[in-house]
Design a protein around this ligand. Structure first.
Ligand SMILES: [Zn+2]
Length: 316
């Protein structure tokens, strides 16, 4: 009597056991729909979160590759992800200006929102129109990104179940090691520039944290503001051209997506002859391009800054 059903029951029991394990581990049963849902605003933090959680959660990154973190918005579907997420990880400190209303809306529906920036000892802008406000571009300092991993791991521990956290702790530990190596590599690369040439001119104030950590100085910016949403006046461009001449700056650094526009502005309006070097300052690229992950992005930027300020051709 039990012969037929028993033969079929064995695999079902095995599947149920697997499901129970999965339920304990990730509150799901193998279906991606049932894994915890984590929404990350920027693609830089998206890479970090993905490195930590692996397949223990569904990660939705809102900011597209090669986008501007100050201005990107979300689709209706993505707004829906935000409202039903188990956790939203945001950069904060005013970076995601285009998402402010969506983040407020998610909070009003009791979705937990972690704004990483406020936990990593933020710096204030010391000049320009954003002077005195907190600078959100903390990822340009790999040391602060290690702190960010600690902050995100701690918050995941509060929101996810213990089985998943055992695996996430291992991933976090391993990724932290990679970031420590990155920090040493960037320090070594940037130390190749003599102290009197460590002067950065950028398209907006984006490298304050890098300058602070590695003993560089931000002497000017085409958009003298902490956001790309501001626009330079003619007086700002005059000031910039004077700054470039006074400091004998050989190269200025712009975001790769805005290089041509900036070069044109300088050539037409400021009359400055200076090399314009593209960096991946605010966004990852597509995965198959140069800066598809945070570590590659930082390595390339450090190499191009060092080459640009020592008068070598920028590396590709
Ligand atoms: Zn920015």
């Amino acid at each position: 009597m039990r012969h037929g059903p028993a033969r079929r029951a064995a695999p079902i029991a095995a599947v149920l056991t697997l499901c129970l394990s999965a339920l304990l581990a990730i509150a799901g049963c193998g279906s991606s729909q049932e894994r915890p849902s984590i929404v990350v605003t920027t693609n830089i933090l998206g890479d970090v979160v993905q490195n930590l959680v692996g397949d223990n959660a569904e990660v939705h990154v809102l900011m597209k590759p090669n986008a501007d973190p100050h201005s990107f918005g979300v689709s209706a579907q993505e707004a829906g992800y935000m409202e039903t997420a188990d956790l939203i990880v945001a950069n904060g400190l005013g970076l995601e200006e285009g998402l402010a209303a969506n983040l407020d809306n998610a909070r009003s529906q009791d979705v937990p929102v972690l704004e990483v920036g406020e936990h990593i000892d933020p710096l204030e802008y010391s000049s320009g129109s954003s002077s005195g406000t907190e600078d959100p571009h903390f990822w340009t300092d790999p040391g602060r990104m290690i702190e960010a991993v600690d902050v995100i791991e701690e918050r995941l521990d509060e929101e996810l179940d213990p089985g998943a956290m055992d695996r996430i702790r291992d991933s976090a530990s391993s990724y932290r090691g990679e970031l420590e190596q990155l920090d040493r590599d960037v320090a070594e690369t940037l130390s190749e520039v003599p102290a009197d040439r460590r002067k950065l001119v950028t398209n907006h104030h984006v490298f304050g944290y890098l300058a602070d950590r590695f003993d560089y100085e931000v002497v000017g910016a085409v958009i003298p503001s902490g956001t790309t949403l501001a626009a330079p006046s003619a007086a700002d461009l005059n000031d910039l051209s004077e700054t470039i001449r006074a400091n004998d700056v050989p190269a200025i650094f712009v975001d790769s997506s805005q290089q041509q526009k900036l070069a044109d502005v300088l050539a037409d309006e400021a009359g400055v002859d200076v090399e314009v070097i593209p960096l991946y300052s605010e966004s990852l690229t597509e995965p198959e391009q140069d800066a598809g992950d945070y570590i590659s992005m930082q390595e390339i930027n450090a190499a191009r800054i060092a080459d640009g300020l020592t008068g070598q051709r920028p590396s590709d």
